[in-house]
Design a protein around this ligand. Structure first.
Ligand code: SAM
Ligand code: GLN
Length: 288
């Protein structure tokens, strides 16, 4: 027999011992007991049922072995909304919320008078970026693509649950949009940007559990940006806002790429809340 308090204490030290985040214990327990955090604290001295305790111990064991907490609970919050996740999709990151913020802010600045903004999210994964933009900005008509059909299934499920209107297409990068003759005012993407070298030193929790195709291009981490530069002219009509999430060492490289392919572009590199380069955005004109 264990009280909630005892179970939490056991799990916290068991996980910290293995180098895992101690907050994970509380997240797993809240999920198992289906309580709010305040209820958990108020019921600290209640005895847990055998079934709950057993299930909780299993989940703690899973996380101790490296499975991300979000794949165990099946969800993660992004921009204040709950997204379902499974091992086919990248777990949405807080840094990516800053990508969404940049898109919203820059869209207002760049397209102040325009009624409908055709917006595309390339490599949508759980759908976090596309769905959030559709819900946050009435003016945006949002399409999203991914090469993984399993990821798209999850993204569609999230769009339904959250009541977002997003059109989903499967295929390689911009191809599904260009082949349908679509044009975009706003292009946003958080592509796989981890280099092969960095993959080797990435935490096991990420490297062994999140989809490899969501994390790395298997080369220098810049391959997707290169492809975007070449393919984007076929997707835009005149002016476009392009917003990319990037790795913290890639700011200069991606900025230079924009300026090489679009010499008149207005390009900015932005840092995330941790002070690392994380976003590059550009306003480009067709044939410039
Ligand atoms: N947009 C989501 C987010 O920010 O949480 C997921 C981003 S994840 C880093 C990259 C996504 O790109 C994955 O869902 C992966 O399946 C997708 N992807 C990888 N290669 C692709 C390709 N060639 N064309 C389209 N999508 C691709
Ligand atoms: N931000 C992710 C990580 O650090 C990587 C996502 C990506 O490659 N786009 O694991």
């Amino acid at each position: 027999m264990k009280t909630i308090f005892e179970a939490l204490n056991w799990a916290s030290s068991y996980l910290t011992e293995a180098g895992r985040d101690r907050n994970a214990a509380e997240i797993l327990l809240i999920d198992q007991l289906q309580l709010e955090r305040s209820q958990l604290l108020a019921n600290f001295h209640d005895v847990m049922s055998e079934a709950d305790l057993l299930q909780f111990e299993k989940q703690v064991e899973l996380h101790r072995s490296g499975v991300p907490v979000q794949y165990i609970t099946g969800k993660e919050f992004f921009y204040g909304r709950e997204f379902l996740v499974n091992h086919h999709v990248l777990i949405p990151r807080p840094e990516t919320e800053e990508v969404v913020e940049t898109v919203l802010f820059q869209a207002n600045r760049v397209f102040s008078g325009k009624d409908c903004l055709q917006t595309v999210d390339i490599g949508t994964g759980s759908g976090a970026i596309a769905i959030t933009l559709a819900l946050e900005c009435q003016r945006m008509s949002v399409s999203a693509t991914d090469i993984s059909k399993a990821a798209l299934k999850m993204a569609m499920n999230n769009a339904d649950r959250l009541g977002a209107q997003v059109d989903f297409f499967s295929g390689d990068l911009l191809e599904p949009l260009i082949s349908r003759n679509k044009k975009a005012d706003i292009i946003v993407s958080n592509p796989p940007y981890i280099s092969e070298e960095e993959m080797a030193v990435l935490s096991d929790v990420v490297r062994l559990h999140e989809p490899v195709n969501a994390l790395t291009d298997g080369a220098d981490g810049l391959q997707f940006y290169q492809r975007f530069m070449k393919e984007i002219p076929n997707l835009i009509s005149e002016k476009a806002l392009v917003v990319f999430e990037i790795g913290w060492t890639q700011g200069k490289a991606v900025r230079d790429m924009f300026l090489k392919f679009f010499p008149k572009a207005e390009v900015q590199v932005k840092k995330d809340l941790n002070g690392n380069d994380r976003i590059v955005y550009a306003v480009i004109q067709h044939n410039s």
